[in-house]
Each structure stands twice: as structure tokens, then as C-alpha cells.
Design a protein around this ligand. Structure first.
Ligand code: NAG
Ligand code: NAG
Length: 182
């Protein structure tokens, strides 16, 4: 028993040191939909099978438009390559668990911002809950950083041009404003 939980601690410690080394490179931030899962949770040896890949599930996921043109918005290091995946598995354990591709290998602009028109390219159910995976990769080193966000697929309109505070299209100073959606 004891040795198993030590092994879990060791694996998480290795994971953390990878994060620290990549922190030397400017990270990235998801402007919209905003990240709703925190960093990896603390070690909980009593839950050995619990996956820490995405952190804890959030029970009030961000609503996301499933049918019409909406957007994804990032800020980060110019030239870093962004990929976004999706799964209805709410406890994904690895990148491969995200079976749906939303966008792939789009570089962050020289301004350090990226806002893209996005229409979800696969079928979803109304009110379906899932997890989006956002990854930014430094193409020169291959280092990646990622976040997960819980989303609920909804029919609503969220056009990028109507949300300039969240759509990092140009070189605006961005202040994420969740209230915009209330
Ligand atoms: C964006 O704004 C920053 C700060 O004002 C400026 O230094 C940078 O050159 C701008 N980038 C572009 C691509 O306009
Ligand atoms: C998004 O789509 C609208 C409507 O087609 C277009 O006017 C706008 O330029 C597009 N924006 C980007 C960043 O591609």
C-alpha cells in the first residue's frame, strides 16, 4: 500500500518538474471559453485510480455554442502552436481520450493573441457536457502546456465580433469578463 502511494507521489513530482522547466517559456492563457479546471490536484493516495490529467471536474461548466459560428480565444507566446480537442468523457486520463478535433496547429499571432472563428465540426447533443483540451506547443523545443475546460453544448449566439473583451483578435489589452455572458 505504502509503496504504491509513494509511486503515485513520485509520478506527480516528475510531472510537476516538467511544468517548471517549461515555465521558462512564456505560457499561454485561454481567454474564451475560460478555463474552469484548476491545475492538477494535490496527491490523494486514497484515490489511486483518480486521474489528475485535467484536474477536478467543475459542476457548472461553461456554456458553449454547439451549432453556429462562435470563437476560441487565446493569448500566449507568438508562434506557439495551438491545438484544441474535445471529449464527452468527463474524466479524461490522457490526450488520446479527446477524440474530437476542433482545431489543430494554429500559430499564435505576433501580437501574442489569437482569436478564431470556430464552428464545432462534429455532432453534439443539446446540453451535452464535455471537456475541451487546449494545448500550446513551442515548435522550437516541442514543449507543450495544456489546460482543460468543462463545457456544456448549448444553442446560443456568441459571435467573436460581439465580444471584443474576450476575442483576442488584434492587439487589444484583454480583460476576461465572464459577466459579458450573464
Ligand atoms: C502589441 O502591443 C504591444 C504593446 O503596446 C506592442 O509592443 C507590440 O508591438 C504590438 N504588436 C503588434 C503586432 O501590433
Ligand atoms: C470571422 O467570420 C466573419 C464572418 O464570416 C468574418 O467577417 C471575420 O473576418 C472572421 N474573422 C476571422 C478572425 O477570421
Amino acid at each position: 500500500m505504502q509503496s504504491i502511494s509513494n509511486a503515485v507521489t513520485l509520478v506527480l513530482a516528475i510531472g510537476n518538474s516538467i511544468d517548471l522547466t517549461s515555465a521558462a517559456h512564456a505560457g499561454f492563457h485561454v481567454q474564451y471559453p475560460w478555463s474552469s479546471r484548476g491545475p492538477n490536484p494535490k496527491v490523494r493516495p486514497e484515490l489511486k485510480d483518480y486521474s489528475s490529467f485535467c484536474g477536478d471536474i467543475i459542476h457548472n461548466p461553461q456554456k458553449y455554442d454547439r451549432n453556429t459560428r462562435t470563437f476560441l480565444s487565446f493569448s500566449g507566446h507568438p508562434g506557439d502552436i495551438v491545438t484544441v480537442l474535445y471529449t464527452t468523457n468527463r474524466v479524461p486520463r490522457k490526450r488520446d481520450d479527446f477524440s474530437h478535433l476542433i482545431l489543430q496547429d494554429v500559430p499564435i499571432k505576433p501580437s501574442g493573441q489569437l482569436c478564431l472563428n470556430v464552428t464545432i465540426p462534429f455532432r453534439t447533443e443539446l446540453d451535452e457536457m464535455g471537456v475541451m483540451y487546449f494545448e500550446a506547443k513551442d515548435p522550437s523545443t516541442g514543449k507543450t502546456e495544456y489546460y482543460c475546460t468543462d463545457v456544456q453544448m448549448t444553442d446560443m449566439e456568441a459571435l467573436p465580433e460581439e465580444h471584443p473583451a474576450m476575442c483576442a483578435g488584434n492587439n487589444e489589452t484583454l480583460i476576461p469578463m465572464p459577466d459579458e455572458f450573464l
